[in-house]
Design a protein around this ligand. Sequence first.
Ligand code: UD1
Length: 343
Amino acid sequence: MAKKILVTGGTGYIGSHTVVELQQAGYEVVIIDNLSNSNADVLEGITRITGKRPLFDKLDCTDMDGLKALFRKHTFDGIIHFAASKAVGESVQKPLLYYRNNLLSLINLLEMMPEHKVKGIVFSSSCTVYGEPDSNPIDENAPIKPAASPYGNTKQINEEIIQDFIHSGAPVKSIILRYFNPIGAHPSAEIGELPLGVPQNLVPYITQTGIGIRKQLSVFGNDYNTADGSCIRDFINVVDLAKAHVKAIERMLEDQSDEPVEIFNLGTGTGLSVLELIALFEKVSGKPLNHQIVGRREGDIEQIWAQPDKANNVLGWKAEMTVEDTMSSAWKWQLRLREKGVM
Ligand code: UD1
């Protein structure tokens, strides 16, 4: 019988791409999402790609009664927990919202697991836990730096909650995945990143500028200590990233490791600057991108990229897509949104 996986936040950007990979790998998926930052139309895209419609419940993970009912209805083998608020700037304005939503959601899910014999949980963490690294590339043993925002702090605290819960003897396993900068869309252009309102992240801002929804991209700073002065990130293809979740679920459910908690960096291992990424976009779209250098954005890290050896060698996962192909997929998705009249 197919193993059943609960995917929280499964209509979101990384969640939806992961649901596709899970279904294609033969898992049965139940999505819950409160739709605060996504749209249930995403289910149609997932269905068109995989030929199978995932089960969906509109449910908020902070709603314990709702979760209890869900866990009575289904027997889950594992959980992938994406559901969280993720806007760095908003978290500074509304810290309690971020702490309540991000911490309570995880606590509620963990509480359900032993009673319902759910074997493991994959948690979406972020390279933000490393803060400004002392050196690059950065591996999983690098020190955790004081968080620069309530959002970043929720990732650090949630990692600690998982560690403490498991060290207390709780009969569950966990894999914590620290994402670098996920970008791009499914090659079919059926699903992709769909930020509500003005994008905060670089790539949706680039593609929206490219298509004329935004007049100009602001590049936040060209006076950093990097070759071209702009920040450097490890841009990781979202489908590659999604595939790592399938590996993580397999690893936990098949007891491939004796460690009850494991942490993996998910990145390509190569850093690219903001200006280099813009140049790649210009290449794949075949037109210049209107952009202007402005001042630095508060809280930005100068440069960070992953040492992904542990994920490569232990998890058996490696980023495959080039950044150029990934930017092509992001552009194709933006063109598809226009075709469909979405934006
Ligand atoms: C941030 C968070 C990360 C989080 C992610 C999710 C930090 C340090 N990083 O990543 O943890 O998971 O958001 O939303 O908290 N840029 C521009 N112009 C723009 C937008 C961005 O120049 O209009 C630049 C930024 O200055 C940065 C790079 O592009 O150097 C990437 O920015 P962004 O896409 O927002 O991601 P991060 O800040 O790296």
